[in-house]
Write a protein that binds this ligand. Structure first.
Ligand SMILES: *Cc1c(COP(=O)(O)O)cnc(C)c1O
Length: 416
């Protein structure tokens, strides 16, 4: 069957060698998957999930027992007092925005301690001018950059001691950068230090791409609020949209009243038929995240064997599902992304081209043949066309489909 895709014999042999080499890493991923599966199953059973929870409400969405049960399951799995899990969140960025606007008031200060936050938050915060930004409401923003792939502990302590910080934002995943993603141990250390100086500061974590990769959540090491997207890890490739915010009860109430209405909060919000997908999604999520990590480990190892610089390496710790591959040439980056598209089940005949995306200085190429538009828990790959030509690859609903897409993409580079 490999021949049907034009994949060459020597590449298949290399893939076999690589799979032998990565078996210890794969076993660790499986162990973590069992742990997370136990966690999810326990939450389903503790909440007596039954097919009545698949029903849903319309209109205002009062008394939606499915929605309420889903939020209790997310809370339990994430180690939160409460969670807000809604399809009314149109993206991860929207959930982050709701959380920021819910927690900050005029004259408050937001401090990012992981450098500039994810690109889509530029206009939300006001880093790029916008008449609806936090800044336009008088919320101040400061940032402390990372230092050698870790927090700049000294600067953070100094700034926190000076006072007047309401919310600290931490982004775990690297986004479009070459820094390393931050593992939970580093988070624990920095949160501990901050809380020792001032317990009142709200620690908010952008948890996108990191759920179920490690066996602890940021809330379990002292964070107050975490935010993520359901078309990434916790939607398990099944949730068709949505996002979540989880954490301390009083803070989740503020977020709910910002998403809906002051005085109504979590009590409203119709689910319009989505409950079963959210439940199936979180149920599948441990295994789907494991498949994504395995795909990343396989890609990392085989591309390193072929002479490319990769990050993380196949045997390095991972905090998220993203794999960087440095191609060193625009042509190779483009052919790799085109190959990932060719290896998808959806839109495999589409040919992605680099284009001028709003908000970016360079052209960007994006490959995504997904069941859900923009879903990046499904195999997807993109890269800005600039030195040193790095592809950011993530996802894979099954390891097998992930591996096949990687092989087709590599084959495409060498064929071209
Ligand atoms: C994907 C992502 C977001 C935003 O998610 P969207 O759903 O695309 O709006 C924010 N932060 C990080 C680190 C992400 O990976």
């Amino acid at each position: 069957m490999y021949k049907e895709f034009g994949i060459q014999e020597n590449l298949i042999n290399l893939a076999n060698t690589v799979e032998n080499k990565i078996c210890k890493e794969i076993k660790k991923v499986d162990e973590n998957c069992i742990y997370n599966s136990l966690k999810v199953l326990k939450a389903f059973q503790n909440n007596n999930i039954s097919d009545i929870h698949f029903n849903s409400t319309t209109g205002y969405g009062y008394s939606d027992i499915g929605r309420d049960a889903i939020e209790r399951i997310f809370a339990e799995v994430l180690g939160a007092e409460e969670a807000l899990v809604r399809s009314q969140f149109i993206s991860g960025t929207h959930a982050l925005t709701v959380a920021l606007f819910a927690l900050l008031r005029p004259n408050d200060t937001l401090l990012s301690i992981t450098g500039k936050p994810y690109d889509t938050l530029d206009e939300v915060i006001g880093i790029v001018k916008n008449k609806s930004s936090l800044q336009s409401f008088g919320v101040k923003y400061e940032q402390i950059d990372l230092k050698e792939n870790d927090f700049d502990y000294e600067k953070i302590i100094q700034r926190v001691k000076k006072g007047n910080i309401k919310v600290i934002e931490i982004q775990r995943s690297k986004g479009y950068s070459t820094r390393e993603s931050l593992c939970i141990n580093k988070l624990e250390k920095v949160i501990h230090m901050i809380k020792n100086i001032n317990k009142e500061i709200i620690i908010m974590v952008d948890n996108c791409y990191c759920e179920f990769v490690e066996n602890k959540t940021p809330l379990e090491v002292g964070a107050d609020v975490i935010v993520g997207s359901l078309i990434k890890n916790l939607g398990g490739g099944i949730a068709p949209n949505g996002a979540y915010i989880a954490g301390r009860k009083n803070l989740i109430e503020l977020c709910a009243e910002r998403l809906t209405v002051p005085g109504q909060g979590k009590e409203v919000g119709p689910t319009l038929g989505i409950n079963k997908s959210f439940l199936q999604g979180i149920y599948m999520a441990p295994s789907v995240v494991a498949s994504s990590i395995k795909t990343a480990i396989f890609a990392s190892c085989i591309l390193e064997e072929l002479g490319y610089k990769v990050s993380p390496k196949y045997n390095e710790n991972r905090a998220d599902i993203v794999q960087n591959i440095e191609f060193g040439s625009a042509e190779k980056l483009i052919q790799y992304c085109k190959g990932i598209q060719m290896g998808s089940a959806i839109d495999s005949k589409s040919i992605p081209e680099p284009w001028d995306m709003p908000g970016y200085n360079d052209k960007v190429i994006m490959a995504s043949g997904s069941f859900t538009q923009g879903s990046s828990i499904e195999i997807s790959c993109d890269g800005p066309i600039r030195q040193p030509y790095i592809a950011y690859m993530q996802g894979g609903l099954t390891y097998e489909y992930g591996k096949i897409a990687v092989l087709i993409a590599i084959n495409n580079i060498y064929e071209k």
